[in-house]
Write a protein that binds this ligand. Structure first.
Ligand code: ADP
Ligand code: MG
Length: 234
């Protein structure tokens, strides 16, 4: 039997301490297989981003276990965790986090620059993903000189440049109008369908959630089994 790509077992996470302590996650368990598309759905403040951050090894739970490819994350060194995040995970956030004065190409290849890849190779890789996302003609533009939808495609290009197995997307269409948002969604789902990239998408958009193979509903830091209970139904 093969292990799930990602697994959480009874994870808990709180912020603050004493009288300001807040339990953001109170015992969540789930497994995500390679090739899945999974939506994490719930109202604002329900713990969706916290759950995604823990699954992506950006933060550690207070208790419970996380497994990546069957390996307990607690047994991994900081260096190993860094390597998994850089090589296997790509991130797409609602805020674009692009460097405004750098070119589109330089933004996209930033992870390769950080990884120390030679300039010629990273440029070739960057142009290949920009072509895949139909942005090659924008390679030399400043990132600020783009529409919201184009910026989000640049963010997706940057997330893809390292050939990740998993894309974590937190409200990826939250700052986009409906039409542009749908186009960005189409790109994400074609990456899943045509390239087998696993999608973990945090959203309160029930239409986007419905496009995923599976929905995980969260309410007050706990999983619930119906959308109405998560208060996310439109
Ligand atoms: P969601 O993504 O569903 O909106 P979050 O996971 O961001 O929810 O947050 C869950 C709860 O934890 C919220 O009440 C939020 O205010 C709180 N929270 C999140 N991050 C922090 C933090 N760094 N410090 C304190 N409280 C936090
Ligand atoms: Mg959030």
């Amino acid at each position: 039997m093969t292990s799930p790509l990602l697994e959480a077992r009874d994870i808990h996470k709180s912020y603050g301490r004493g009288s300001t302590r807040f339990d953001a996650l109170s015992g969540v368990s789930l497994a995500i297989d390679a090739g899945d598309s999974v939506a994490i759905v719930g109202k604002s403040g329900s713990g969706k981003s916290t759950l995604m951050h823990l699954l992506a090894l950006l933060d550690a739970p207070d208790s419970g276990s996380l497994f990546v490819g069957g390996a307990d994350a607690r047994g991994l060194s900081a260096r190993q965790i860094g390597r998994i995040r850089n090589a296997d995970f790509g991130f797409v956030f609602q805020q674009f986090f692009l460097t405004p004065n750098a070119t589109v190409l330089d933004n996209v290849i930033l992870p390769l620059t950080i990884a120390g890849m030679a300039p010629r190779e990273r440029k070739a890789r960057g142009m290949a993903v920009l072509e895949q996302l139909e942005l090659a003609d924008k390679a030399k533009n400043k990132a600020t000189d783009l529409s919201g939808g184009q910026k989000q495609r640049v963010v997706i290009a940057r997330a893809l440049v390292s050939n990740p197995k998993v894309l974590f997307a937190d409200e990826p269409t939250g700052n986009l109008d409906t039409t542009t948002g749908r186009l960005v969604e189409d790109i994400l789902f074609s990456l899943n369908r045509d390239h087998g990239i696993t999608l973990v998408i945090v959203t309160h958009d029930t239409d986007l959630a419905a496009r995923c193979d599976r929905q995980i509903f969260v309410r007050d830091g706990r999983q619930v089994h119906a959308p109405e209970l998560a208060g996310a139904a439109a």
